[in-house]
Design a protein around this ligand. Structure first.
Ligand SMILES: Cc1cc2nc3c(=O)[nH]c(=O)nc-3n(C[C@H](O)[C@H](O)[C@H](O)COP(=O)(O)OP(=O)(O)OC[C@H]3O[C@@H](n4cnc5c(N)ncnc54)[C@H](O)[C@@H]3O)c2cc1C
Length: 400
């Protein structure tokens, strides 16, 4: 008999899981989203990816993502990975910690180049890192435009027979007498499933709480902005510029895309199942701050106007230890989760989608993600973390 799978959430993680299940011919696949696909953080992402992360599992998963983004450029109509490279900037204080990770990158076969300020200025004349800055360049990194990627992935899913039910919220999980998942309930009735994959991101704990599960996940507001087209497009890589408090990358039609962190802001608690990201706001002063901070790094910004209609505000999810939570939920056979991708869930999605598909189908995974297991957190530490109110600067710092 054909197996059936329900994916909760039609963001990049859910769509990627559905796509990989369909490609595997694993069975009938249904994606549920309370809104249209991409209605969560996915359509708001900057889409930057680097393979140079903090843990072996992260680096190996990103290596897979980077390979898959390139393959997806061939598999999906209307999507192309922008292989401009990703430049991670450091100052003296922050470089020491990162330098310790270089042996990990060597061991995992993740290429990089260490650059001085003058190296960077020579390679990208439109980039003016301050004297003493250190660049860790990832030649395989780059970015994706979410406005191309999300619809292209949804189209491909449908072509492969995935049913995407938009405007239909999951109300609760359906469990049998032994506690195994047997489907999902919506206002239209029960959708039976042999396996359910929960990719609800900011809404994850709301739904899982109904089955007595809680994960140590915090949610914070994040925002990014687009300029209008520059007269001369800036030829720069995607830049994770922690010493400048944000990031900048080129964007379609000769624009620049910039994001800024807001460390002093408190976490944002999602308390209603019908919460929508359009309820979020960002202080108007942030664009001025971005300009002040980033003009010395990218002087072309001085001539650029903001395209105010393109502002995007969304949420990021962080776990207690800063690493993603991906895997089966202990005690509920057939239930899998993918959440807490810090500011890198877009970058992770080809790998997490593949791995979640493999787990749900009962196949060995392409990357060993045991270190991302939901079971790594105890109940007491989870409750203590959830009870805290943190500021954004208190969550483990992770950029893309
Ligand atoms: C401004 C900004 C910039 C970012 N930049 C980057 C970046 O450069 N690189 C990067 O890798 N990441 C970036 N991110 C993070 C990235 O956007 C997220 O990690 C990623 O999109 C998460 O995808 P997801 O599919 O897991 O979640 P989401 O896209 O949030 O999808 C969850 C879905 O669940 C649906 N849903 C909720 N409740 C229910 C329910 N009960 N039933 C059915 N459906 C429901 C929602 O409608 C939503 O569509 C950024 C995020 C923001 C906000």
């Amino acid at each position: 008999m054909k197996r059936s799978f329900v994916i909760l959430g039609g963001g990049v993680t859910g769509l990627s899981t559905a796509y990989h299940l369909a490609r595997m011919g694993a069975g009938e696949v249904t994606v549920l989203d309370k809104g249209p696909v991409g209605d969560g953080s996915s359509s708001r992402a900057a889409g930057i990816i680097t393979g140079l992360l903090w843990s072996e599992t992260g680096v190996l998963a990103r290596k897979l993502s980077l390979r898959r983004f390139r393959e997806l450029s061939e598999e999906l109509d209307g999507y192309k990975f922008q292989a401009v490279g990703a430049l991670n900037l450091f100052d003296d204080d922050s470089w020491g910690e990162r330098e310790k990770l270089l042996p990990l990158y060597d061991r995992c076969g993740a290429p990089y180049e260490i650059m001085s300020a003058s190296d960077m200025r020579a390679r990208w004349p439109e980039l003016r890192p301050r004297e003493g800055a250190i660049g860790l360049f990832d030649p395989l990194g780059g970015y994706s435009e979410p406005d191309d990627y999300v619809p292209a992935l949804a189209r491909k899913c449908r072509e492969l027979g995935v049913t995407i039910r938009e405007g239909e919220a999951a109300e609760e999980l359906a469990l049998d007498g032994a506690g195994a998942v047997v489907g999902v309930r919506t206002l239209r009735g029960l959708i039976p499933a042999d396996a359910v994959v929960c990719t609800l991101y900011s809404w994850t704990n709301l739904l899982l709480a109904k089955a007595g599960i809680r994960l140590p996940v915090k949610t914070v507001v994040h925002q990014r902005y687009l300029t209008r087209p520059l007269e001369v497009p800036a030829s720069i890589p995607a830049v994770n510029a922690d010493p400048y408090g944000g990031y900048v990358r080129p964007a379609a039609n000769g624009r620049l895309l910039l994001g800024i962190e807001t460390g002093a802001r408190e976490e944002y608690r999602v308390t209603r199942a019908d919460f929508h990201l359009r309820e979020l706001t960002a202080p108007a002063s942030l664009k001025r701050e971005l300009r002040t901070s980033f003009e010395p790094l990218v002087p072309a910004l001085a001539q650029a106007d903001w395209d105010d209609a393109a502002d995007r505000i969304g949420l990021l999810t962080f776990s207690l230890d800063g690493e993603p939570i991906v895997g089966p939920i202990a005690g509920i056979p057939g239930l899998f989760v993918g959440v807490a991708f810090h500011s890198g869930g877009f970058a992770y999605n080809p790998a997490t989608g593949l791995v979640l598909a493999e787990l749900a189908a009962g196949e060995p995974t392409s990357v060993d993600i045991a270190a991302f297991s939901p079971a790594r957190f105890g109940a007491a530490e989870t409750d203590a973390y959830l009870a805290l109110t943190v500021r954004q600067q208190d969550v483990v710092r992770r950029r893309h």
